[in-house]
Design a protein around this ligand. Structure first.
Ligand SMILES: [Zn+2]
Length: 179
């Protein structure tokens, strides 16, 4: 929690309560699910954008070697982890369930962004903001697919479903604008 920008959710970047009192509103999340992978069906908007998600058919277990790997942990808020992330792990490549090093698993072409450490792409190179609304930085390729999938998966561009997220973005812009 402390290493993640003083209790910032790994996915939506909302600031949560202090390390001392915030445990109840955060989860320690396994980025790659440790027990099993639930198939995530992409909505039409992503399929229309040409994004194909590998079906975990025949994958009957999770990333069992990553259950205790520090680079497979992330602190996430309850909405992002418990309601949305769960045991999903959409990728565009082939599953490498026996992988023991997250850094060596980039060939799986994960469609969610892992924002911790330095081995994955910096989220700022993938997602930018137009006013309150996030959007992909680049126009094509896997980087665009990741941005679109992450935004869709966590409902980061949904002002109704993530109304507190939007409200906090709005407050920050209101505070910054006069400066
Ligand atoms: Zn979150």
């Amino acid at each position: 929690m402390r290493l993640q920008g003083e209790s910032k959710c790994a996915y939506c970047e909302r600031k949560l309560e202090s390390v001392r009192y915030g445990a109840g509103e955060q989860d320690v999340e396994h980025f790659r699910p440790k027990k099993g992978i639930r198939p995530w069906r992409a909505p039409v908007s992503l399929r229309d954008a040409g994004i194909t998600i590998t079906d975990p058919v025949g994958v009957d277990r999770g990333y069992y070697l990553l259950a205790y790997h520090p680079c497979n942990y992330a602190a996430a808020c309850k909405p992002c982890n418990s309601a949305l992330k769960r045991d999903y792990f959409p990728i565009a490549g082939a599953f490498q369930i026996a992988g023991g090093d997250p850094e060596a698993l980039q060939d799986e072409l994960p469609l969610l962004i892992y924002p911790l450490g330095t081995f994955d792409t910096d989220p700022e190179h993938l997602i930018e903001f137009y006013g309150l609304t996030p959007r992909p930085v680049v126009e094509e390729g896997h980087a665009r697919c990741r941005a679109l999938t992450t935004l869709t998966f966590f409902h980061l561009a949904d002002p109704i479903g993530r109304k507190n997220l939007y409200r906090e973005r709005g407050l920050i812009l209101c505070a910054l604008f006069p400066q």
